[in-house]
Design a binder for this molecule. Structure first.
Ligand code: SAH
Length: 278
């Protein structure tokens, strides 16, 4: 059967590579106890591979036509639930429970969804990440065990970057504060149809609480935002508006951070230490 024509406005690119699809499911370690959340199942290429291995798959798809097809294909599958709508408009997890109960499926106990596995629409990567992880000042109170996502390669590199590298930025600090992150594999643009303009990568995020979180997470958020305002500048110049330069130099020296450091040179621990000290 020919795949439906992809709609640009919904960021539709079908991932056609068998090997990569299987690799995504394997790296998410989808197994019998798992309740999976999938954003943007599309034509079901990834969904089909997860459904046999999971306890439950809840998929959220915005495209009405695709929803009809998915409903037809999976109507006999008791542990597959489709929510038609915009993921960002959902009220999680209450809406899942309500909607799934409405569908009258025979679901004796309701355990929260524990993993995300999705080839997401790239145009809402930022909001999706924030929705799933929360923010430094407000981590998701019911964190997922793992979040396995296909993202633009450049975004994946930024999420997983090590301090001192070019890709390390505010996004790296915000995400790595909330989760351990790794690149699972690169995915070339030609693995999709239609091919997007950019290469992609599969990333796996494992949310966890830090042993020593920032004492004032709101302050840490502001510090990261202001600190990375201009990347190639020295940190102490970026932070001019927050603090007098000599004072900051003293604090940096106390923390054994080179006063000439640039924002991308500080790891998450150092951002926390700095935030706790000012
Ligand atoms: N997972 C599929 C399709 C990925 S393309 C595959 O691997 O082939 C991204 C999918 O997200 C499309 O199906 C698109 O319709 C859907 N989508 C786009 N915006 C969405 C939103 N706001 N909420 C839910 N789904 C969305």
């Amino acid at each position: 059967m020919a795949a439906p024509r992809a709609k640009k406005r919904f960021g539709q690119h079908w991932l056609n590579d068998e090997q990569i699809l299987n690799h995504i499911v394997a790296s998410a370690n989808v197994s019998k106890g798992d309740r999976i959340l999938e954003i943007g199942p599309g034509t079901g290429l990834l969904t089909r591979r997860m459904v046999p291995y999971a306890k439950r798959v809840v998929a959220v798809e915005i495209d009405r036509k695709l929803c009809q097809k998915l409903r037809n294909e999976f109507q006999a599958t008791d542990h597959f639930y489709l929510i038609e709508g915009d993921y960002l408009d959902l009220n999680l997890p209450e809406q899942f429970v309500a909607q799934c109960t409405n569908e009258n499926k025979n679901e004796p106990e309701w355990l929260p969804l524990n993993k995300v596995v999705a080839n997401i629409p790239y145009y809402i990567t930022g909001p999706i990440l924030e929705n799933m992880l929360g923010r430094i000042s407000q981590p998701n109170p019911q964190p997922f065990e793992s979040i396995t996502l296909l993202v633009q390669k450049e975004v994946g590199d930024r999420i997983c970057a090590k301090p001192g590298t070019k890709a390390f930025g505010a996004l790296s600090v915000r995400v790595q504060y909330l989760a351990d992150c790794e690149i699972v594999c690169p995915v070339p643009a030609k693995a999709f149809s239609p091919a997007p303009k950019v290469d992609s990568a599969v990333v796996k995020l494992m949310p966890r609480a830090l042993e020593a979180p920032a004492t004032n997470p709101k302050r840490m958020e502001t510090l990261v935002k202001v600190g990375f305002a201009t990347k190639r500048k020295m940190l102490r110049n970026n932070l001019k508006s927050l603090m007098e330069r000599d004072h900051l130099t003293t604090i940096l020296e106390e923390l054994k951070i080179n006063p000439q450091a640039r924002p991308e040179d500080l790891g998450v621990d150092q951002w926390i230490a700095l935030s706790n000290r000012i």
